[in-house]
Design a protein around this ligand. Structure first.
Ligand SMILES: Cc1cc2nc3c(=O)[nH]c(=O)nc-3n(C[C@H](O)[C@H](O)[C@H](O)COP(=O)(O)OP(=O)(O)OC[C@H]3O[C@@H](n4cnc5c(N)ncnc54)[C@H](O)[C@@H]3O)c2cc1C
Length: 291
């Protein structure tokens, strides 16, 4: 398997800026996210404070970012990373399609996770709570499951799960029409808590209670501590030093993920610093190896 120098997770201003700087520093980069970049860029009406681009719309800023990527021939790997495992000398990354990647260093640029975890979510993680249908659906063959989905992209995940599970309840937490296969029960209700004894037993909602064996919570972004177990966080943000190094050697974080203010230019600036720090980390490692 190819081992990259730097895996960058997130295609907002932080991740894009990190990718551009890392490529300029001649590092082999894999950039995970989407060519539609970040909703937080695309949906902004008019941006007044991005240096050199006064009164630019979010959509035009997105186009400018994409042009920059394309000019530098930086590809986006259209995958959502679900887990990062520190392996000592390198990192293994697992994606929602169960693909595996390897990189010597990692830059987390996943933005902030909206909303608090559901009550019981963390307690039952791995004991009936899952963040990835593609990874865990086979464990629920013949069972009853619930999918809590933050966006329409998760409809396909629910359909995949329904190929294994006996019953799937689908709780869309977004506006607009829902298109899922017949047999999946769509419930327009707000989940409140995941309950059970040693394993998940029920999903409690504002208006009811559903007996389930598993709850798939599918959000745009996974909380950083769940993405990389052992990562130090504080108030939902990743703890970093001025070089944007986290407590895990070789892992850097940038952008909204490291804390307020939530701003494009701060995110882009931190992406640049994180990439330079990752490059210095890799160069130092190679020098030590040669000595
Ligand atoms: C409506 C609106 C208007 C705004 N206006 C302004 C403004 O005028 N000026 C200003 O400075 N700021 C503004 N902001 C704030 C700005 O959008 C954010 O500070 C900025 O987008 C943060 O960049 P980021 O790269 O850190 O994270 P994000 O832009 O949130 O990007 C993170 C990306 O990572 C992806 N991702 C997350 N997890 C994973 C994973 N596991 N695998 C793969 N990809 C993943 C996400 O899908 C997302 O695309 C505005 C925000 C909003 C919502």
């Amino acid at each position: 398997m190819e081992r990259y120098d730097i895996a960058i997770i997130g295609t907002g201003p932080a991740g894009l800026s990190a990718a551009i700087t890392a490529v300029i520093r001649k590092k082999r980069v894999v950039l995970f996210g989407s060519r539609s970049l970040s909703d937080k860029v695309e949906k902004a009406h008019t941006i007044q404070n991005y240096l050199g681009l006064p009164s630019i719309s979010g959509q035009n800023l997105q186009k400018a970012f994409l042009r920059h990527l394309d000019e530098m021939q930086i590809a986006v790997t259209e995958e959502r990373v679900t887990l990062v495992y520190p392996m000592g000398d390198y990192f293994a990354l697992q994606t929602a399609t169960n693909a595996m990647y390897e990189a010597e260093s990692v830059i987390l640029a996943t933005g902030v996770v909206q909303g608090k975890p559901y009550a019981g979510e963390e307690q039952f993680l791995g004991r009936g709570v899952s963040y990835c249908a593609t990874c865990d659906a086979p464990l629920y063959r013949g069972k009853t499951t619930a999918v809590i989905a933050s966006n329409p992209k998760e409809e396909a995940e629910a359909e995949f799960l329904a190929e294994y599970a006996e019953k799937v309840y689908y709780f869309p937490q977004y506006d607009g029409e829902v298109h899922v296969a017949d047999g999946i029960e769509v419930v327009h209700d707000k989940p409140v808590s995941v309950c059970g004894d040693t394993q998940v037993g029920t999903l409690e909602t504002e208006q009811g209670s559903y007996a389930v064996d598993g709850v798939f919570i599918l959000r745009e972004a996974v909380a950083p501590g769940q993405l990389l177990p052992g990562l130090q966080t504080e108030g939902g943000h990743v703890k970093v030093d001025r070089a944007l190094q986290t407590n895990v050697p070789g892992c850097f974080a940038c952008g909204d993920l490291t804390g307020r203010p939530y701003q494009y230019i701060k995110s882009a600036g931190e992406g640049n610093v994180a990439a330079l720090s990752a490059a210095a980390y890799l160069d130092g490692k190679r020098r030590a190896h040669k000595a």
